[in-house]
Design a protein around this ligand. Structure first.
Ligand code: ADP
Ligand code: MG
Length: 157
């Protein structure tokens, strides 16, 4: 069954968004592909920072806006972090992405993935973060995933 399950939460601070990422990072097993969707400043990179920490990596997460991709080391796998912001042509980076997708030695995180949708697998875990016009620290976060990724949410309420 490929029914899409949806899990929702609200975040009231960047720390809370990072902690959510950390929790999920703690549950990753390798091979997952996360697609992060929000407007600029929504918290995609903040979430990624937590996720990377949750995997046990001590590497510093930065925005790969100008480098397009970054790699962080955890003990069991690497985390590949892509950002295609304002890019109209993914070029060779799309090939790089295609190569690591499906590789359980990698966890993949993609920001602004619209232009690489044909490369992304059908079963990504999509994290949507919505800003709140009336509160600069508030975010509504939804995770869309299929049953086989339920383990990622273990321990979350
Ligand atoms: P994106 O990668 O989506 O462009 P960033 O993670 O780089 O966004 O930036 C998010 C910004 O919003 C940071 O400055 C962060 O401190 C701030 N922020 C405020 N409240 C939140 C929240 N609840 N969750 C995530 N970030 C928040
Ligand atoms: Mg970002």
């Amino acid at each position: 069954m490929n029914t899409v399950l949806i899990w929702r939460t609200n975040s009231t601070s960047s720390v809370a968004t990072e902690q959510l990422g950390e929790h999920i990072g703690h549950n990753v097993r390798g091979g997952e592909v996360f697609e992060l969707v929000s407007d600029l400043g929504g918290g995609k990179t903040t979430f990624t920072r937590g996720l990377v920490r949750g995997t046990g990596s001590i590497d510093t997460v930065g925005s790969p806006t100008f480098t397009l991709s970054r790699e962080y080391e955890a003990t069991k796998f690497k985390i590949a972090h892509f950002d295609f912001y304002r890019l109209s042509e993914a070029g060779i980076v799309a090939d790089e992405l295609a190569e690591i997708i499906g590789d359980t030695a990698y966890v993949t995180v993609v920001e602004w993935g619209d232009i690489v949708h044909d490369v992304l697998p059908t079963s990504t875990v999509t994290v949507r973060i919505s800003l709140d016009a009336s509160d600069e620290n508030a975010r509504a976060i939804t995770m869309e995933y299929t049953q086989k990724f339920s383990y990622l949410l273990e321990g979350l309420v």
